[in-house]
Structures are given as C-alpha cells and as structure tokens.
Design a binder for this molecule. Structure first.
Ligand SMILES: Nc1ncnc2c1ncn2[C@@H]1O[C@H](COP(=O)(O)OP(=O)(O)OP(=O)(O)O)[C@@H](O)[C@H]1O
Length: 353
C-alpha cells in the first residue's frame, strides 16, 4: 500500500448507497400495472479525491442509481448516507444535501436555460447557495469558476447564450455551475457521451483535475469501460439492475471475476489485444450475439440475471443471486463460480484469450 492508499483507507466515504433498490410502477397501454425492477440492493461508496466508475450497458440501471443518489427519485428500499449519516428527507435536509451532491447530465444543452447567459447561470447558482451576492464579488467568483473549467479568457464566454457555445463549452459551463455550489460529490451521468469524440478526453481530464484540486468524490457513469479505465480508481459493474463486480480499476480490467465483465471487456475496442474479424477480441463471447439480449426488467430472470447469457450457468444461478465473494485488494464479484469453487473455469478460459 502506498502512503496515499493508507491515508485513503482511513477516510470514510463521503457518500454511500446501502442496499438501494428501485422498482418503478408503470401502467401499460391496456391499463395493467407492472413493476420495472430497475435496481436491486446496490451498495456503493464514494471517497474524497477518488473516482468510481459505474459501468453497464444501456438499460442496466445506471441513470436510476444516479438519480436516486441525486434524490430525484425516492428509493423503494435502502439508504443513502452523507458523511456517514442517513440523508434526511425533510426540506432543509434535502437542501443541505443538494449543496453537497451535484449531478451532471449527459446532454449539456438540455441542462442549461437557452435564454440565459453564462453570467446569469453561474451567478444564480452562486447567489442561491450563498457563495456570492452581487457586484464585483459576484463577477470575480463567476470569472474564477470559468477559469476552473478552462473557459478563458472569461470575457469571451461570460455573455454567451448556450447556443453560441460548442457542446464541450456547454458541458464546461454545466460543470462550473455544479462547482458554484462547492459540492463534495459530483455525479457524472455519461458526461462525455454526447460530446464530439475529439473533445471527450479534454473533458475527462478536466474532471480528473477538478477531482484532485477540489478533493471531489466523483461518480463516473458510462457504458464505455475504456473511458472508465482512463479516469477511475475503481469500477463497479452493473448488469440488469444487479451490481455484479467491483474493485480497483486494474484488478477488474486485468482479471475480471464475473463473466459479464468479461463480455464488456471483450466487446470494448482495445488496440492492444487480439481482435477477431468482427472487431471483437477472440474469446468466450465471440458468439455473444447468439447468447441473447439483456433481460426485460419488468420480468427479469430469477437468480443471477445474467444466467441466460452466461456460458457457465449452473442450477444455482437460475434460482439465487450469490453472496459477494471478496478477493484481495477490495476486488469482489457476485458469481456462483466463486461460491462453488469453480473459479478455475473462468481462469482457464482467461488463459486462452
Ligand atoms: N421513470 C421511470 N419509470 C419507469 N421505468 C423507468 C424509469 N426510469 C428508468 N426506467 C426503467 O429502468 C430501467 C433502467 O433504466 P436506466 O435509465 O436507469 O438505465 P441506464 O443504464 O441508465 O440506460 P441508458 O444507458 O440507456 O441511459 C429501464 O428498464 C428503464 O426503462
């Protein structure tokens, strides 16, 4: 353990999800009510100065978890803790929470009022949260925020409306507005996925710099495991509403312990690895297409929801989600292979890759 790791180990999480579950009640066109089981008993911990990547394919429940953490939806069950204390859902409790936890959405254009200038947007956030009132002080703080997100010189941007900015500049304004609140936690829900490919890296680097300079706890939500690898200290993998694996980024990427994480890695372009003619790495999931689609969450498979696609599925997988198996260095997975002493099957296959 490095000195930094030791310091981190002693720091308590700033934000924690404990057993967070969300079932949405929806009514179909025939008037029938059903439950969409979007998230099941999710545990997650965010630490100051660290980034957790939440990775999963479309519809796996990533946004649902972000929205629960931002208090946009009430949880069906489970708890959110800020600085070790359960969040109070009183008006004052929620106002205090929003001062500390800010959510950045995928689409910066939809996040900004199209009729308001950058000065107004940032000034309003500063005033509402009591970090500046008016006049020169307010102007100085707006300029400081623009500097933090590299929108300089500030006079080039301060009087612009959202449509006069590029996508990347708009997302920087959204990030500056979140920083105006002086939060401890930033939740980034696919913050680069709608940006031009050429500027995605710049925005990731900006988030990394802000995390370090402001000691922010960052949740980075993405379907792109390669970008999570670039930005994150640890990764948590979500499949069809169930968290299936997590741990330090290198451990998860170098030695995935859940077959679904293997699928994600095998599907992710990586120039350093063997690639088949179809653009996928040679390996277990070459026949991914024939292994089926993610389940419908209004009628999910029982047990481990990945079992219909899993080449290792055993009887247990079809009835019960296993407990977490913990490995050294904080790496864990929920997979029967480990509970039934069958990990070698995954390892044998790993050697063939
Ligand atoms: N407000 C809602 N009402 C009903 N169902 C919802 C609601 N929000 C999300 N869902 C359902 O919950 C499941 C998870 O959706 P969610 O948006 O969290 O996934 P995601 O991983 O963020 O996907 P994407 O990457 O496509 O945004 C989906 O089946 C979705 O249809």
């Amino acid at each position: 353990m490095t000195d930094q790791d030791q310091q981190q180990a002693g720091r308590q999480p700033v934000l924690e999800a404990v057993g967070l579950t969300k079932h949405f009640e929806v009514t179909d066109r025939f008037g029938q009510t059903k439950l969409v089981r979007a998230l099941e008993e999710a545990d997650l911990a965010l630490h100051p100065g660290k980034t957790v990547g939440l990775v999963g394919e479309s519809g796996s429940g990533k946004t649902t978890l972000a929205r629960l953490l931002a208090l946009f939806h009430p949880a069906t069950s489970g708890e959110i803790k800020l600085d070790g204390r359960p969040v109070s859902h009183s008006k004052d409790g929620e106002r205090d929470y929003y001062r500390q936890v800010q959510l950045i959405f995928q689409d910066p254009f939809a996040s900004l009022n199209p009729l308001k200038t950058v000065r107004y947007t940032l000034g309003r956030a500063l005033r509402i949260h009591g970090h500046a009132r008016k006049g020169a002080d307010l102007e100085d703080k707006i300029i400081e925020l623009l500097g933090k997100v590299n929108l300089t010189p500030a006079e080039t941007f301060i009087d612009k409306l959202p449509h006069e900015l590029s996508g990347g500049q708009r997302q920087r304004v959204v990030i500056a507005r979140a920083l105006a609140v002086q939060p401890k936690v930033l939740l980034g829900d696919e913050p680069i996925s709608m940006l031009d490919v050429s500027i995605r890296l710049d925005v990731l680097n900006l988030l990394a710099n802000l995390r370090d300079s402001e000691d922010l706890a960052l949740l980075y939500i993405t379907h792109d495991i390669a970008s999570a690898r670039y930005l994150c200290d640890s990764i948590t993998v979500l499949y069809a509403g169930q968290l299936v694996e997590g741990g330090p980024v290198d451990a998860v990427i170098q030695q995935p312990r859940h077959p679904y994480t293997r699928l994600l890695l095998d599907s992710s372009p990586d120039p350093g690895r063997t690639v088949t003619a179809e653009g996928r790495r040679a390996g277990l999931f070459e026949l991914e297409g024939s292994l089926g689609e993610p389940p419908n969450l209004s009628d999910p498979p029982p047990g481990c929801r990945f079992h219909p696609r899993c080449p290792f599925a055993m009887d247990e997988c079809r009835t019960e989600l296993p407990a977490r198996t913990e490995f050294p260095d904080g790496h864990w997975a929920r997979c029967w292979l480990h509970q039934k002493q069958q990990s070698h099957l995954l390892q044998l296959d790993e050697e063939k890759r």
